[in-house]
Design a protein. Structure first.
Length: 158
C-alpha cells in the first residue's frame, strides 16, 4: 500500500480556506480577502437562517490571518464560545454566527503570514475596559482598606 507524499499546499474549498459546518454539510469556500456574512443577497456568504442578521459579520484577511468583526448583529458572533466584537480566527477556531457553528480551515503562511500572529484585538479591548487601578489590583485593595477602617471605627465607637 503506497501512501501519497504529504504536500505543503492544502486543498480547501476556496483559495483562502473554508468554513466547515460543525453539524455536517458542505464546506463554505472563502473566495476573497473581505467577505460579508449575512442573510440576504448582498452578502458574500449567505446564511439563510432567520436568526442571522442581514449584515451579520465581516471576515477579512490581515497579515495572513482571518479576522471576524461583528456588525452589531442581533444574535451575536462568537469565537470558541466567547462573544466578540472583533477577533482573530486562528486555523481550527470555532466561529458561531448566531447559533450556527463553523470551523475555519486555512494555512496562514499560504495567505502571506510570517512571524508571530498579529495582535488579537479582543484581548486589548477586554484589557482597556478595565481601569489601570483594576488591572494593577489596587482598586479592590483600596475598598478592602476602607471597609476595614469602617469596621475599626465602629468598634471604637468612632
Amino acid at each position: 500500500m503506497n501512501e501519497a507524499p504529504l504536500e505543503e499546499h492544502h486543498e480547501y474549498a476556496g483559495p483562502y480556506g473554508q468554513l466547515t459546518p460543525c453539524g455536517g454539510g458542505d464546506p463554505i469556500p472563502l473566495v476573497k480577502k473581505r467577505l460579508l456574512v449575512g442573510r440576504r443577497g448582498e452578502a458574500d456568504i449567505q446564511l439563510k437562517f432567520n436568526n442571522v442578521s442581514t449584515q451579520h459579520c465581516r471576515l477579512t484577511v490581515e497579515y495572513g490571518y482571518w479576522f471576524v468583526r461583528d456588525l452589531n448583529s442581533r444574535n451575536g458572533t462568537k469565537v470558541d464560545g466567547r462573544t466578540i466584537m472583533r477577533k482573530r480566527l486562528d486555523p481550527g477556531s470555532k466561529l458561531s454566527i448566531a447559533r450556527h457553528e463553523y470551523v475555519i480551515d486555512y494555512e496562514p503562511q499560504e495567505l502571506g503570514a510570517y512571524g508571530p500572529p498579529p495582535a488579537d484585538d479582543d484581548y486589548m479591548d477586554e484589557l482597556m475596559r478595565h481601569s489601570l487601578m483594576d488591572r494593577a489590583g489596587l482598586k479592590k485593595r483600596d475598598n478592602e482598606v476602607k471597609s476595614q477602617r469602617r469596621s475599626l471605627e465602629d468598634e471604637l465607637g468612632g
